[in-house]
Design a protein around this ligand. Structure first.
Ligand code: AMP
Length: 175
């Protein structure tokens, strides 16, 4: 089964010039979805991962399923003012302006082995900020996994600069 067939290109969403990689057809096919989660897990089955994180909101779906596949817990990273207990936050640059994400201050223990997960890496700004949150909590990031990587953007380089290895299932080379 080729999971790429379950990713739909939606041109000009959310704004002109962006080709949105829509993963909802993948979510709708349980065999393709399970295969995706197994492939995301494969490089990390024997690496002692203790926690998977996912960024709101598509990262919740793949991250939670990946945590189940690896038999570990899941930590949500959210938009501001969504998490109820004490949080720490990190801001990052967007094309216009900045965005902020938060994690519960007690979500990760020092030294805990953490695997980062999101549906897609584009510029890498989101996952870079997520990694900084985990590092502030002294988590040990073992890697980052994505269903789709827009490899014409410098996302992977951002992770390399942080010393975080990354794996993606589908690489998109052109715009
Ligand atoms: P970035 O911070 O630039 O790496 O963007 C990654 C985040 O934005 C992920 O959470 C993606 O879900 C979303 N995203 C960015 N570009 C796209 C795209 N072309 N199609 C779908 N989602 C995208």
């Amino acid at each position: 089964m080729n999971i790429e067939e379950f990713i739909r290109d939606v041109p000009d969403f959310p704004k002109p010039g962006i080709i949105f990689k829509d993963i909802t057809p993948l979510l709708g096919n349980i065999e393709a979805l399970r295969q995706t989660v197994r492939l995301l897990a494969d490089p990390y089955r024997d690496s002692g991962v203790e926690i998977v994180t996912g960024v709101e909101s598509r990262g919740f779906i793949f991250g939670a399923m990946l945590a189940d596949e690896l038999d570990v817990g899941f930590v949500p990273i959210r938009k501001p003012n969504k998490l109820p207990a004490e949080t720490i936050s990190e801001s990052y640059e967007l094309e216009y302006g900045t965005d902020t994400i938060e994690i519960h201050a007690d979500a990760i223990s020092p030294g805990q082995k953490v695997l980062m997960c999101d549906d897609l890496i584009a510029t890498g700004g989101t996952v870079e900020a997520a990694c900084k949150l985990v590092k502030k909590l002294e988590g040990d990031i073992v890697g980052a996994v994505f269903v789709v990587e827009l490899s014409f953007l410098p996302g992977r380089e951002k992770l390399d600069a942080l010393g975080v290895e990354s794996h993606s299932l589908i690489e998109v080379n052109g715009e």
